[in-house]
Write a protein that binds this ligand. Structure first.
Ligand code: FE2
Length: 343
């Protein structure tokens, strides 16, 4: 009897070990460990997936991508605590990373892994690092309005002269970050007044793509969007085949605010070494070129080529908007938007 039972028990134990994720999965990773990483991805899927594919090919480490909205994914990690399946989190802006860092939920990353990125765009305590910068910008229809007629500041849009002239997207994370920055720099009352003004004068759209399409069709003269929506169209169709152009205020105006898509390693990760490798790949020239080509956001590793986009060195973003401090979680901005019935 014993002779028959023992092999059965052994087989059962082996099957069980193989089934419970962290222990026995014989993945294809060369180092023989279970190299499967889980990344919570809040950024545009096509660029992240392309990056993952190249990383898997280079390292043999498998990555599972779970997509969602940046803030929601960050709060999911807060709720999951030490049991979070996430090894990495990649967000549209740096604010969710700052929030996680403040709660002690991010691991320190080896300095070497984010070496190509300027210290301006990463955390001081070596937790998260920026990968790509995105600029707020104006896309305008050149047959409807000339560049010299456009406003000198995004703040001017409360003037009745701009009634029905522009589009904006209150649900956009970058728009909300811009509003948070205004609350931080000028106070809640000024931000509220601005929001009321643009609500009165502007037309809201569900997403940046539709707002840009409305400009392209000539339905509206200009829209407040993120640079890459237009840059992608320009790369796809050729700039000369578009009716729209990009306009940067060019004077450190809030209308040219940069937000920084960032990645962090989750403290509870059991695959820190592999996660660090992913960060290193994402900041490398090769990884940055993939992200730039796919997303048309600005690479923070200067070695990657931006091909036809306005050079990053020529952008004049506002100062003091990278770390929004207590406004980083966007709550105040969301409350204002709700008060105004825009959300
Ligand atoms: Fe976007």
């Amino acid at each position: 009897m014993k002779r028959i039972l023992l092999p059965i028990i052994l087989v059962a134990v082996l099957v069980l070990t193989a089934a419970c994720g962290n222990g026995g999965d014989k993945s294809s990773s060369k180092d023989g460990k279970n190299g499967k990483l889980v990344i919570y991805n809040g950024q545009h899927k096509s660029a992240t997936s392309a990056l993952i594919k190249a990383f898997e090919k280079d390292t043999g480490i498998k990555v599972e991508e779970r997509d969602g909205k940046s803030n929601e994914l960050a709060h999911q990690i807060v709720e999951e605590g030490k049991n979070s399946p996430a090894d990495l989190i990649y967000t549209e802006e740096s604010s969710p990373q700052i929030m996680l860092d403040n709660k002690g939920l991010l691991a320190k990353i080896d300095k070497d892994a984010s070496k190509p990125i300027d210290s301006k765009y990463k955390s001081k305590d070596d937790t998260w690092t920026g990968l790509l910068a995105r600029s707020r910008v104006v896309a305008y229809n050149k047959d409807k309005i000339s560049e010299s007629e456009l406003p000198k500041s995004v703040k001017d849009l409360t003037d009745s002269k701009w009634k029905d002239k522009f589009a904006f997207q209150p649900t956009s994370g970058a728009f909300q970050a811009q509003l948070s920055a205004m609350i931080k720099l000028e106070g809640k009352d000024a931000a509220k007044e601005w929001l009321e003004g643009i609500k009165k004068n502007g037309k809201t759209y569900k997403d940046n793509k539709r707002a840009l399409q409305a400009v392209e069709n000539g339905d509206i003269p200009f829209a407040l969007i993120n640079n890459y929506y237009w840059d992608r169209q320009a790369a796809e169709k050729g700039k000369d085949n578009l009716n729209s152009r990009l306009y940067f205020f060019g004077n450190h105006d809030l209308g040219d605010m940069l937000t920084v898509a960032s990645v962090g390693v989750v403290k509870s990760s059991k695959h820190k070494e592999e996660a660090e490798k992913f960060v290193k790949f994402a900041t490398s020239k090769k990884g940055q070129q993939i992200l730039t080509d796919k997303s048309k956001q600005y690479p923070l590793n200067k070695e990657a080529n931006t091909k036809g986009m306005k050079p990053f060195s020529e952008l004049r973003p506002p100062e003091g908007t990278q770390d929004l401090g207590k406004y980083a979680d966007g709550k105040e901005a969301v409350n204002l938007l709700k008060e105004e019935g825009l959300l």
